[in-house]
Write a protein that binds this ligand. Structure first.
Ligand code: AMP
Length: 279
């Protein structure tokens, strides 16, 4: 593994390299991240993983400060991969001046997570734009765990970097079903077990929706149940996979998305599913 910290060094390393596969992360790596690295390795000989905690996508300075950072452990984890380039820039390297780009994002960026984290997706696209421009990868792998982010990155890339292929990786979960997340490290052992209840509720709603129950009332019942367990649920919604808009009864390719705060930690999750016959 090669580790570089500056734009100059990464440019030098990538000179004459084509077919770059890229995995952007904020570090505190877990099996979810590593599954994306494996996917990148399976499609390219030149794989770049970035670790950069991007302040532009945090809504509160408290959340940014408490975000788990484990650079030494991350480097050790990635050392097992021979042909990997780790790009770990500092803040000044990425944001040499205080810029605040405003992107023209589709309206869905203000819905779901965007409704509760104003400016978050603008911050995500800011860093993605910088990194895409810097590395000019052929493929970039993102997790479906951040479902709305994946949708917005796809949309952004389609219009601004049409040659870059965006690939979605499946969500990796622990034995209880909880989606792996850097934020899971903020839980005590007991709370970590109960944090899987969001996924369990989403799964329960999907199962009942598939057997024809009224979606709105099952979602309402599950939100009430989670609230009784101490969750502050921001939203649980069923949307169309194609554009994340609200489905009609004719739509069959669906995704359930949920976000909530449990014991002070904000978690999101989603499950793709299919109802009835595809239209
Ligand atoms: P993050 O470091 O949280 O910004 O995540 C970096 C990338 O890893 C994003 O594309 C995430 O969607 C993806 N990711 C995070 N958690 C998981 C997971 N449990 N399974 C698969 N991908 C994940």
């Amino acid at each position: 593994m090669d580790k570089v910290e500056t734009i100059r060094d990464i440019h030098e390393l990538l000179l004459n390299k084509e077919n770059i596969a890229f995995v952007p992360t904020m570090g505190n790596l877990h099996e979810g991240h590593l599954s994306l690295v494996d996917k990148a390795i399976s499609i390219s000989k030149t794989v770049v993983v970035s670790i950069f905690v991007n302040p532009a996508q945090f809504n509160s300075s408290k959340d940014l400060e408490s975000y788990p950072r484990t650079p030494d452990r991350d480097i050790k984890l990635l050392e097992q991969y021979k042909n990997l380039i780790l790009f770990m820039p500092n803040l000044k390297e990425i944001y040499p001046e205080h810029t605040n780009n405003l992107y023209d994002l589709p309206p869905i960026s203000n819905d779901l997570c965007g409704k509760f984290r104003p400016g978050h997706f603008n911050g995500v696209i800011t860093i993605i734009d910088k990194l895409f421009n810097l590395l000019m990868p052929k493929s970039v792998i993102f997790g479906k765990k951040d479902y709305q982010q994946l949708f917005l990155v796809r949309h952004f890339a389609k219009h601004n970097y049409p040659k870059i292929k965006i690939i979605g990786g499946e969500t990796i979960r622990n034995k209880d079903g909880l989606a792996m997340s850097s934020r899971n490290n903020l839980f005590t052992k007991e709370n970590l077990i109960n944090a899987a209840n969001l996924y369990k509720a989403l799964q329960n709603i999907v199962n009942q929706a598939k057997s024809g129950h009224n979606k709105k009332s099952i979602i309402g019942d599950n939100i009430k149940h989670l609230e009784s367990l101490g969750w502050d649920i921001e939203y649980i919604e069923i949307r169309k996979i194609s554009d994340l808009s609200e489905p009609s009864y004719k739509d069959s390719q669906l995704v359930i998305l949920g976000a909530g705060i449990f014991k002070g930690v904000r978690l999101i999750d989603s499950i793709e599913f299919c109802i009835g016959q595809p239209n």
